[in-house]
Design a protein around this ligand. Structure first.
Ligand SMILES: *Cc1c(COP(=O)(O)O)cnc(C)c1O
Length: 378
């Protein structure tokens, strides 16, 4: 522990540097909504949708109740239902596969690329050739870096599958210079407070270039009702409330500045750790990930649990996203997968560790964490 400064306390995520400077502006906007007595959808929601469409460079932005609902609504709008299969990866937040099951369809897993943790197109090709009944593919842009969408989309087009993107962690990210909101038939986002654009509660977003899908999504989030009390489809109740929209409109104006702060933090880690710290592998940004937004900064180590304990003992928060791949979850036992089926995902689940990267993290905190990583001896 020699040259290290006195123990600090660095949480994995601290929202105070984000919300502190906006406190008065946010409270004024909330007061305005309270005084308006309009709490569901409303003008702030309509304006937020316009502003998000402009930010994402996409024709249609439809907000909803959560990121999980956005995935479910995308599947419904794409006509996915009982008897269908949908391909995704087992190395993602539960909601991706949960939405597929909720829609009555069956998840089919393919393994990930070991460097980006995203869907491996070569394995998708393979599964597509062997598996009948696939109707859609759901790639994830994990941790804020885009999946390799060109080959994934080419395979999907060849088979006639829909492409539905889980971009919950990736608002603002780009693939070969294109926004992740424009890469799929429908792209899905989350406003959960830990995401790069977080609400003060739940919220989600769907983007699409297709006017017909946009109309269906807007109806499906209000029980399939296009005309009041006339229902063409059975949808769900998944509206965004006006208070969240008011908060998100203010925060959206700062999103790029926060993304740049995340990127600068990631660069500082890389400069301090570089190749001289063989005990941890740093995140790899692929050439096609032209804008990685670092919702998470994830390192890996074969001695991950000891590393996490070392950090914890020195006041540094970290998290494992995700410790158990989805094919090993109890609720998916019936899918018939077993340990060893997705070795890349399984190894990632044993080795990954997310470190603090939030906007407002002090440079000194990164120096401190880098020092702890350097002195770590598995
Ligand atoms: C957060 C997240 C979701 C779900 O979003 P909620 O808003 O929490 O429902 C889905 N997929 C991924 C990859 C996520 O990170």
């Amino acid at each position: 522990m020699s040259g290290l400064p006195a123990t600090r306390s660095v949480p994995l995520l601290d929202l105070r540097p984000i919300h502190g400077p906006l406190r008065d502006e946010i409270l004024a906007a909330l007061t305005r909504v309270v005084d308006s007595q309009r709490f569901i959808l409303g003008e702030d929601v309509a304006l937020l949708e316009q502003e998000l469409a402009a930010y994402c460079g996409v024709a249609h932005a439809i907000v909803c109740g959560s990121g999980s609902d956005s995935l479910f609504l995308a599947l419904l709008a794409a006509g996915i239902g009982p008897g269908d299969r949908v391909v995704t990866t087992p190395f993602t937040f539960f909601a991706t596969a949960g939405a597929i099951v909720r829609a009555g369809a069956k998840p089919v897993f393919v393994d990930i690329d070991p460097l980006t943790y995203n869907m491996d197109p070569a394995r998708l090709e393979d599964v597509g050739r062997r598996t009948p009944g696939i109707q859609a593919v759901m790639p994830i842009h994990l941790y804020g870096g885009a999946a390799d969408m060109d080959p994934i989309t080419a395979i999907a087009r060849r088979h006639g599958w829909r492409v539905l993107g889980d971009a919950a962690q990736a608002i603002g990210a780009e693939y070969k210079g294109r926004s992740v909101a424009t890469l799929s038939d429908i792209d899905c986002f989350s406003f959960f407070p830990t995401k790069n654009l977080g609400a003060m509660g739940e919220g989600g977003l769907l983007t699409t270039a297709d006017a017909d899908l946009a109309r269906r999504l807007a109806a499906l989030r209000v029980h399939g009702m296009a005309v009041r009390y006339y229902h063409d489809d059975v949808g769900i109740n998944s509206r965004l409330d006006t208070l969240q929209a008011a908060v998100l409109r203010i925060k959206l104006r700062h999103l790029d500045e926060w993304t740049e702060a995340r990127q600068a933090n990631a660069r500082r880690y890389a400069e301090l750790l570089g190749p001289g710290t063989p005990q941890v592998s740093l995140p790899v940004v692929a050439g096609y990930q032209t804008r990685h937004v670092f919702n998470q900064f994830v390192v890996r180590s074969p001695h991950r649990d000891a590393l996490r304990e070392h950090l914890r003992a020195h006041g540094v928060g970290s998290e494992i996203y995700y410790p158990l791949p989805l094919h090993r979850q109890v609720c998916f036992r019936d899918l018939g997968y077993k340990e060893g089926d997705f070795p890349v995902s399984e190894q990632a689940a044993r080795e990954v560790l997310a470190l603090p990267v939030f906007p407002g993290l002090a440079a000194g905190d990164i120096d401190y964490i880098a020092g702890l990583l350097q002195e770590f001896r598995g």
